[in-house]
Design a protein around this ligand. Structure first.
Ligand SMILES: Nc1ncnc2c1ncn2[C@@H]1O[C@H](COP(=O)(O)OP(=O)(O)OP(=O)(O)O)[C@@H](O)[C@H]1O
Ligand SMILES: O=C(O)c1ccc[n+]([C@@H]2O[C@H](COP(=O)([O-])O)[C@@H](O)[C@H]2O)c1
Length: 185
């Protein structure tokens, strides 16, 4: 079994995440892609509650035929939310699975602040996707969608409906849960 992991804040998930996951599933010979929402963000980002982000990720996953799944592993682990620790745990739990780790090229500038990135590279194949606006050497594939959770949150804060950036089922969960100031709107 070959699994690609896409870790993220998913605050909220958007079509860029779906495109990134689809691209990897379609071209990189993996059986499944797991979304791994952050429980405690290592750099202290303030996020909507974990279970609400999981629900939105699960709604995103339903846009696929089943190869995209959401993992609660980072909640199970607690701790500092460092990817190397999550990966070490998964490698031990699933000895017959080969893991890849997907990151967007915007992350490259943060990597010096990641814990043990060398060890991550020994445990998993790292796939750096070309996120539109962030060209870098050694990325895989064409530039992917110019969309971010920040842009989605900005639209929501201005009372706009980001229906072109977020799958409608994800927006429905955000509304039901009253996330991003949507309570009572
Ligand atoms: N449009 C995109 N194209 C390619 N990769 C993406 C895209 N959006 C997010 N990613 C990647 O998905 C992972 C998780 O991203 P994250 O959940 O932080 O979303 P984000 O849009 O970057 O959020 P924010 O705007 O809040 O920083 C990261 O590796 C990121 O690089
Ligand atoms: O391992 C680390 O040191 C580390 C530092 C910062 C971020 N990460 C992970 O990188 C992924 C994307 O993070 P972000 O900030 O773009 O949502 C997410 O899974 C984080 O847990 C990991």
């Amino acid at each position: 079994m070959k699994v690609a992991l896409l870790g993220g804040s998913f605050n909220p998930p958007h079509v860029g995440h779906l495109m990134a996951a689809s691209y990897v599933h379609a071209t990189q010979g993996v059986d499944a892609v797991w979304l791994m929402p952050t429980f405690h963000h290592p750099f202290g980002k303030q996020l909507e509650p974990f279970e609400a982000r999981v629900r939105m990720c699960e709604a995103l996953c339903r846009e696929t035929s089943g190869w995209l799944q959401t993992s609660r592993v980072e909640r199970e682990l607690g701790g500092g939310g460092r990817t190397v620790d999550t990966l070490a745990f998964l490698v031990e739990r699933y000895p017959d699975t080969r893991f890849s780790l997907i990151i967007g090229s915007d992350i490259l500038r943060d990597l010096p602040n990641w814990k043990d990135f060398d060890r991550i590279q020994r445990m998993a194949r790292v796939l750096v996707l070309y996120r539109a606006g962030y060209p870098a050497p050694d990325t895989v594939g064409p530039p992917l969608a110019e969309v971010s959770s920040t842009q989605v949150r900005d639209q929501l804060a201005r009372g706009l409906e980001p229906s072109e950036l977020v799958p409608s089922a994800v927006l429905a969960v955000a509304r039901e849960e009253g996330l991003f100031g949507l309570r009572g709107r």
